[in-house]
Ligand binder design. Structure first.
Ligand SMILES: C[S@@+](CC[C@H](N)C(=O)[O-])C[C@H]1O[C@@H](n2cnc3c(N)ncnc32)[C@H](O)[C@@H]1O
Length: 276
């Protein structure tokens, strides 16, 4: 079978959640091909066909391609993933873009990432803000192992702490970022999302539980001048804005993602200003 025949064969077997690009990724990974290699070999016989077809059938049976390959890309970088962590999402890249708009890249901010998962946000921030000191917490010990592996891979220094939100946090921060679980319990999820850890996805109270819990406790972990950034789910902006007002007396700003959906909440505060 040629590469062209392989793609034709599987094109017809995809359902609406499945993409030919995932099959291409499997082919590239197994044969250590670049896209250019694939183009040059398109009419040649497929190498490692058995291995490729085994992975393709796992993908067609609902296994995310990122778990099959063991990695995903975030903000242009490779991050190792296992079934213990959420697969980094393209949607979350906007969180990094919004943060970059509000910080001075040369400053030594103290930053906390809550629910770090694979460490993608904390590690990307450390690479972009090298003078920052970053702590990253997660309740899941196995997620933290993946995050530590990613930090070693990217050669960045991050202090990973096992913590139920703030339970093991002792410092105050200039900037706190979180992409907490925010999927509602009764939301219909694709077969691929269902393979990801429930702990990373589902939140009580219509998906709003973590925003409220974090904002209720956050004030004692903030320096006088602070920035908070949350990724949010669809239609969660007004409730999270309400929590910011209720627990911090602060006005939140909302930023849209690439599909014009409200995706990031930013809360900027200056407690010195309030005192004068
Ligand atoms: C939506 S994932 C975000 C992962 C990663 N930061 C990202 O943006 O791709 C949420 C993360 O929060 C963690 N988590 C869930 N409950 C937590 C809690 N009570 N305290 C700390 N982390 C928690 C999960 O283990 C998961 O890694």
């Amino acid at each position: 079978m040629t590469y062209q025949e392989l793609f034709q064969k599987y094109k017809t077997k995809l359902n609406k959640d499945q993409e030919l690009s995932a099959i291409e990724l499997i082919v590239l990974e197994v044969n250590k091909f670049s896209k250019q290699d694939l183009i040059l070999n398109y009419n040649k016989q497929v190498s490692n066909l058995d291995k490729i077809e085994t992975l393709i059938s796992k993908y067609l049976n609902g296994e995310p391609v990122q778990y099959l390959l063991g990695y995903a890309y975030f903000y242009g970088d490779k991050f190792w993933v296992t079934k213990d962590v959420l697969i980094p999402r393209f949607d979350s890249e906007i969180l990094i873009d919004v943060i970059l708009k509000h910080v001075d890249k040369t400053k030594g901010y103290r930053i906390l990432d809550i629910g770090t998962g694979s460490g993608n946000l904390a590690i990307t921030l450390k690479k972009l803000l090298p003078n920052a000191i970053i702590d990253a917490v997660d309740i899941s010990i196995s997620a933290l192992e993946v995050a530590r592996k990613n930090a070693r891979y990217h050669k960045v220094d991050i202090n990973f702490i096992q913590s139920d939100l703030f339970s093991n946090v002792t410092c105050k921060y200039d900037l706190i970022v979180s992409n907490p679980p925010y999927v509602k319990k009764d939301d219909l999820l694709s077969q691929y999302v269902l393979q990801e850890p429930k702990l990373a996805l589902i939140a009580e109270n219509e998906g709003l539980y973590y925003y409220e819990k974090i904002l209720k406790q956050i004030s004692r972990y903030l320096n006088d001048k602070y920035l908070i950034f949350f990724e949010i789910g669809i239609n969660q902006n007004s409730k999270v804005k309400e929590y910011a007002e209720k627990y911090l007396g602060a006005e939140a700003k909302i930023y849209l993602d690439f599909n014009s959906i409200p995706r990031v909440v930013m809360i900027e505060g200056d407690n010195n200003e309030n005192n004068t």
